[in-house]
Design a protein around this ligand. Structure first.
Ligand code: PEP
Ligand code: MN
Length: 340
């Protein structure tokens, strides 16, 4: 922290700040400039109360130097983390091969889901998505098949070997969903549900953590920190779009988060261009851009009949469109030294 004193501050006020800093078991270094005096605070001040210093007489402002997240940060782990995601083929996220997780928004019925599972596997997917418990804004909309959906997911993994990724919406579902899923998804609406983050952290399963639609990058990484602190380092960040004033897209997809995450953290980042745009026609372009920008994976809604999908049909690729897109993505991946 750096405590910037007011221009007219008194010597006793500086002394008081120094006293408080020492009480916090931190070291002070007072720098008297021509216009301002600043007190540089030396030591790990992440868990210290900066408000106490901010409200002292004579203090103008307090600047935080260290990011508040610690174990999610690059300093804690300079090498990128590679997260095993399960399935029969030892799939991972965070290394040279870009992970492709595809499947419908929701599991609607067994034969249709199995058809999608086989098709995306054939096209090159490494993971299979599908919601059994759906967080719907509209309480009257399809809420998912629940445990029956989980059973269908497990059968699809058995048949295809793909790692399965599915959402857990509440603490009460954690045990049940963990019995079936390879990767637990935390949806955007739950990124701030800290008790749920701790509960999934205790499972040891890889967690796909979606960014809250109004969360800052710092809040996103602090949410990851909750999971890691609970004992689970297998956290995969997922950008799924944020809310802005723009209404020609469902959400605004800020791909600049990719280089930002790479600078700040060792955790891999996956892009969800389906929720990130809301329109199937935009998905291939955003996938190409995401790969070019350094994304470690993509999660893409894919449906055998988007026009009749129970949820999110407008943003779902057909099976043919998905297969075609994967071919195009291979060239982009190769151009940036990755594979698919
Ligand atoms: C989903 O992946 O289907 C989903 C509900 O995502 P989000 O939490 O990003 O809205
Ligand atoms: Mn969806």
């Amino acid at each position: 922290m750096i405590v910037v004193m007011q221009q007219e501050c008194k010597k006793e006020e500086v002394d008081h700040v120094v006293k408080l800093v020492r009480e916090m078991n931190l070291t002070d270094h007072v720098i008297v400039g021509t216009e301002r005096t600043v007190v540089a605070v030396i030591g790990d001040d992440r868990y210290k109360d900066r408000n106490a210093l901010e409200s002292c007489p004579g203090v103008d402002r307090v600047l935080q130097v260290l990011a508040p997240y610690k174990i999610a940060s690059k300093q804690a782990h300079p090498e990128p983390s590679v997260i095993p995601i399960g399935g029969k083929h030892g799939a991972t996220i965070g290394d040279k091969r870009i992970a492709l997780i595809a499947g419908p928004c929701s599991i609607e019925d067994r034969p249709k889901f199995l058809e999608v599972a086989h098709a995306v596997k054939e096209a090159g997917a490494t993971g299979l998505r599908g919601g059994a418990f759906k967080p719907r804004t509209d309480p009257y909309a399809f809420q998912g098949l629940g445990e029956q959906g989980l059973e269908i997911l497990a059968e699809a993994r058995e048949q295809t070997g793909l790692a399965i990724v599915t959402e857990v919406m509440s603490i009460t579902q954690v045990d049940l969903v963990s019995q079936y899923a390879d990767v637990l998804q935390i949806g955007t609406r739950n990124m701030h549900n800290f008790n749920l983050l701790i509960a999934v952290g205790q499972t040891g399963k890889p967690i796909l953590l979606k960014r809250g639609w109004s969360a800052t990058l710092e809040e996103f990484l602090l949410a990851a920190e909750y999971i890691i602190n609970a004992g689970n380092t297998n956290v995969i960040l997922c950008e799924r779009g944020i809310r802005t004033q723009e209404d020609y897209v469902r959400n605004t997809l800020p791909l600049a988060i990719i280089p930002a995450v790479k600078r700040e953290s060792h955790l891999p980042i996956v892009i969800d261009p389906s929720h990130g745009t809301g329109h199937a026609y935009m998905v291939p372009s955003m996938c190409k851009a995401a790969i070019a920008a350094g994304a470690d994976g993509l999660i893409i809604e894919t449906h055998q009949d988007p026009e009749h999908a129970l949820t999110d049909g407008a943003q779902s690729l057909t099976l043919e469109a998905f297969a075609h897109m994967v071919q195009e993505l291979k060239a982009v991946a190769a151009a940036v030294g990755r594979t698919i």
